[in-house]
Structure formats: structure tokens, C-alpha cells
Design a protein around this ligand. Structure first.
Ligand SMILES: *Cc1c(COP(=O)(O)O)cnc(C)c1O
Length: 389
């Protein structure tokens, strides 16, 4: 569905995505596989176009969080290997196999279920074993006293009928946070992961084709963790301090337009709750961008958006569909003028700082009524609006 509105929209620059891929590829070298994380609709960028771009650029693998997200890729013609990082109900095993989707196996109970289902239909499910080395979320616990039991469980899983263990992986909890203690934590996770892999390979006499653990922080900071494949998300989309250090480009720009301009006298309260009161004659622009579009309400009265005349402060509470900016003494800003919410000229990291959040949350928050305009070779090649029409 194509959008007819010129209200609030995002521009997804696939050229920047390709550029980021090639810079990361340069860093990791030709011999390390590249898995692009495209869960949550590619962090709000649109998983199909992101996947197609990565496929063309030469990436090796994709990862999503659920079978629905994996099916979306397959039904839209993506042929690359796809790994589901989260849980899939056992009833879906035949679909996983039919569509050649790789499933993470995170504990004994899941391994047993998946094996039984695969055996029932006489086929083989491709799996990657997940090891919990300190993230304390999914995976076989292998820390301390759990080591032997963890290794045993993994050996049991990779020998189960109907399962083919192509890979094994773990996830870092603090690789993107600097400081000695954090670095030591990551190195401990990495060491434990390698010990688990070695011990499983020794006991089972089998080798994993793909061992992987490096997320954004580790890709940027710990080359020794690359192993057979890296698994960045945020870095690929060009946000955060490590993207900046590597000279990567933010892929998404979010824009809106000024829909109405009003001039109020001093002493006027703006928006719900009247938390902002003008102290002089004030020119206010109304923007069709509110919390239903993904503007965090916690940013009310606290952040600024970029206009042709510089940064304009947001005044008063952010509403569901609108917000107000102060454009006093900004003569270039007129009805219809573009305003950049975040992008090349207004880094998303600044909004994150004010909202005490991370770029992941802001790009994922861009809601489905905001059209995505895709840019390739410098031109808009498609516009997508995800509403039911
Ligand atoms: C989301 C996720 C990633 C990517 O994380 P980034 O910080 O965006 O690089 C990698 N691995 C797993 C298991 C994830 O859930």
C-alpha cells in the first residue's frame, strides 16, 4: 500500500545500509560470515527491503525473533538462511522445515519437542544451539556448577534424531558498555562459550559449522570474538557511538511537516495540562507527529526538532497525533516546511539521551501509520504504508 499523505514519514536509505554493510564487512574480513539481525521489522526499518539489500550485498544469514517474522521474509522471496532467535511452538516444526528456517534450541525440553515433531514427519530441522554464558535469558546454562550438565544437554540435543546442529551461539550482555568490569564480563562470557564449544566437540566428536556470538558491541570492540560469524543489528543501521566511530551512516531519517502556524501572546498555555506557558509573543508550529506515531511522550517539553532555521524546541505535552514547536524568530519555517525529527541533521542519539533510552527503542517505536519511503541509488524507489486498506 502506498501512502498518499505527506504527514509524517520515514526515509530508509538503502544506500547507507549497503555502505554500513561494506564497512563492517571490511572490518570482519572475507572469512567471517555476516548475519544481519532483522527482527522487529529490521528495528523498524522494514525487514523485507533490508533483507533484500543485505542479500544483494553478499550477507550470509539473517536473524528474526519469531516464525511470523521468518515467514514474512520467505513469503516475500528472501532465500537466505534465516535463524529464529526466540521460541517456536512445536506445532510449527513442519513449517520451519518446509520453509528451510533455522531454529534456535535453548534447552532440553525444546530439543525433545522439536526432535519428536521432526521424526514424526521423517524430516530434519536445522538448529543452532543457544548457550547462556551470562545474559541470563535463553540458552543452556553452562556457568560454574552447571558446566557439565550444560555440556551433556547440548551433546544430547545434537545427537537427537531429526535435528541437525549447524551452529552454536551465545549472546553478550554488556559488550557495548565500556569499563574494565564490563570488558571482563564479556571476556568471561566469551571464554566460557569457547570452553563449552570445545568440550561439546570433544565429547561428541562432531564439529559445529558456525560458532557465533558477536553483537554490535563485540563487532566494534572485540575482533577476537568474531569466530565463524558476526551478528550485528544496531551497528548495521548506523546508530550509537560505535557506528559513529566507524563512520557509518544512520539509515533512517524521520520527517514531518508544519501543518499550522499560530501566534500567541505572552501568558498562553500550550497543549494538555498547560505545562508550558509563553513568556512573550510566541510563534508556534503544529506538527502532525504524536505518540501514536512513535514520539515518546516523556520527551514532552524537553527536546528539539530540526527545522530549516535550526533546532525548534517542543512546547507542552506531546499529544496522540500532534505536537507543538516554538518557531519564534524562525522566518524560514512556514506551513508545509519539513522538520527533521531524527536523521543526519538531528542525531537520534540526542533524543535518546534526553529520553533516557537507546536508539533501538526509538526506531522500533515508529508506528505503522508512518509510511516508509525507501531510497536506493539516491532515488525513492518505493513507499510503504502498513495499514489495512
Ligand atoms: C538483537 C540481537 C542481536 C543484535 O544486537 P545488536 O545490539 O543490535 O547488535 C544479536 N543477537 C541476538 C541473540 C539478539 O537478540
Amino acid at each position: 500500500m502506498e501512502s498518499t499523505l505527506r504527514r509524517t514519514w520515514s526515509e530508509i536509505n538503502l544506500d547507507s545500509l549497503k555502505y554500513n554493510y561494506s564497512k563492517i564487512r571490511e572490518k570482519i574480513g572475507e572469512n567471517v560470515r555476516f548475519l544481519g539481525v532483522v527482527k522487529a521489522d529490521a528495528y523498524g526499518h522494514g525487514s523485507i527491503n533490508v533483507a533484500k539489500t543485505l542479500e544483494e550485498a553478499g550477507a550470509d544469514y539473517l536473524a528474526v525473533s519469531s516464525i511470523d517474522e521468518a515467514m514474512e521474509l520467505r513469503l516475500n522471496g528472501i532465500k537466505m538462511p534465516v535463524l529464529i532467535l526466540g521460541h517456536t511452538p512445536k506445532e510449527q516444526v513442519s513449517r520451519l522445515i518446509e520453509y528451510d528456517i533455522t531454529q534456535a534450541v535453548t534447552c532440553r525440553a525444546k530439543a525433545v519437542e522439536y526432535s519428536e515433531e521432526a521424526v514424526k514427519i521423517g524430516k530434519t530441522l536445522k538448529i543452532h544451539i543457544k548457550v547462556d554464558t551470562g545474559m541470563s535469558r535463553l540458552g543452556y546454562i553452562c556457568e560454574g556448577d552447571y558446566f557439565d550438565n550444560g555440556v551433556k544437554g547440548i551433546c544430547e540435543a545434537i545427537n537427537m534424531q531429526g535435528l541437525f546442529a549447524e551452529g552454536i551461539f551465545t549472546h553478550f550482555a554488556v559488550s557495548d558498555e565500556e569499563g574494565e568490569e564490563n570488558d571482563a564480563y564479556t571476556m568471561h562470557q566469551f571464554k566460557l562459550f569457547r570452553e563449552v564449544c570445545e568440550e561439546v566437540e570433544r565429547r561428541s566428536g562432531r564439529k559445529f559449522a558456525i560458532k557465533h556470538c558477536a553483537n554490535t558491541g563485540a563487532v566494534a570492540r572485540f575482533p577476537e570474538t568474531y569466530l565463524d560469524m558476526v551478528r550485528p543489528g544496531l551497528l548495521l543501521y548506523g546508530y550509537g557511538e560505535y557506528a559513529k566511530k566507524m563512520g557509518l551512516k544512520p539509515v533512517m531519517t524521520l520527517k514531518t511537516t508544519v501543518s499550522t502556524i499560530k501566534i500567541y501572546p505572552a501568558g498562553t498555555k500550550i497543549s494538555y495540562g498547560g505545562i508550558f506557558e509563553t513568556d512573550k509573543t510566541t510563534r508556534i508550529g503544529v506538527l502532525p507527529y504524536g505518540y501514536a506515531d512513535g514520539f515518546l511522550r516523556s520527551l514532552s517539553n524537553r527536546c528539539s526538532l530540526m527545522t530549516a532555521d535550526g533546532l525548534a524546541p517542543v512546547r507542552g505535552k506531546i499529544c496522540m497525533d500532534m505536537c507543538m514547536i516554538d518557531i519564534t524568530d524562525m522566518p524560514k519555517v512556514e506551513v508545509g516546511s519539513e522538520v527533521e525529527i531524527f536523521g543526519e541533521n538531528n542525531p537520534i542519539e540526542e533524543l535518546c539521551e534526553i529520553a533516557s533510552t537507546i536508539p533501538y527503542e526509538l526506531t522500533c517505536a515508529v508506528s505503522k501509520r508512518v509510511p516508509r519511503n525507501y531510497i536506493k541509488d539516491g532515488e525513492i524507489v518505493s513507499k510503504e504504508l502498513m495499514l489495512r486498506m
